[in-house]
Design a protein around this ligand. Sequence first.
Ligand SMILES: [Zn+2]
Length: 424
Amino acid sequence: MKAAHRKESGQQMEKLRKTVNRLWDRVPHYREKMERAGVGPTDIRSPEDLGKLPFTTKQDLRDAYPFGLLACDREELLRVHASSGTTGKMTIVAYTKNDLDAWKDCMANCLSIAGVTPGDTLQVMFGYGLFTGGLGFHYGGEHLGATVIPSGTGFTERQIQLMQDLGSTAIACTPSYAVHLSEVLASKREGQPGPGHSLKVAILGAEPWTEALRQTVQAGLGVPALDIFGLSEVMGPGVAIECPRQDGLHLNEEHFMAEIIDPVSGELLPDGEEGELVLTTLTKEALPLIRYRTRDLTRIIPGRCACGRDGIRIARIRGRSDDMLIIKGVNVFPTQVEAALGKVEGLSMNYALEVSEHRFVKDLAVSVESVSSLGELQMERLEREAVRALHEALGLRVAVKVLLPGSLERFEGKAKRVRVTSGA
Ligand SMILES: [Zn+2]
């Protein structure tokens, strides 16, 4: 099977060569890395040659803070965003005028694939500020010709009022916030007919989420929930998005090349095999990235999508290799826990993971809310079912506590579901 980046496209190759030249000429760090790898711009003649180039890592970006990897003049920058990352130092992402235009195009294209059209009203419930989510959707929506409501995060009652009064047809937020929003909406509308909104789609991203969570959001809001993917380091949201077929995310190939590698050996993997997503930017001027290791685990879905688009699709992100927990020697992704909980009827998608450590061995406990208020016996039954589902999914016995609805913290931005406590 052919590997991801082997797509014959003269345009893509031209853009790749330009990007490599730009970095070679303007960024000493990249030039040194390429020289160490024994590769230069003239060696990049076919898509296969991408594999000769060295990887770029999050650490490269941290070491270069703030502008060490800049491939344009400082005066050409129109905007800067920053990513705090889950661990360690901030990293900066910077944009020239052309970079901002390309981002707008990417986002408008994504929104259009999701079915948003000019005249739609897009309510952006992502954070505005250093985080790329809010402004990314904002300018993409305007560029497409939609009416954008920059409502930002939180203030759920007000979000719902805006949604109803202004007739929002699309919302953008994190999946966990969409769950919360649908719960509040349901409690306000108890006994009233109709959904209480004019939405036709919810576009969700910025954290890994499962099919189980998708079903919860779709049942709660009554509209399709589509997955959008991006990361601040390469641009922000808009790298890839699902179409209404919900069968993988279409990559914006005008601006990005994707590879899937074995996260340990760094070897390229064939289409269909799961590994780490590696992205190369094709049009960026300020901070082009060659073979950026995203840490996100996914695979290339071979073949053409039922929607008719034939470009590269990536599967929904299963998790970040950084998020992987090692519980009693077993690798566990939070999304696996979410998927297992989703199989138990009566459990909600509001859950939290607590990792404790005792003598260097980590243990996991899960708290999850029930959908409705239940008696003690029913709660215990749900707990037993959840323990069984988790054992089946992970091969581990995990303690589960089922809580009444509303017991756990709700999140306005990215959910923080994992808490680590250290024992003796
Ligand atoms: Zn499609």
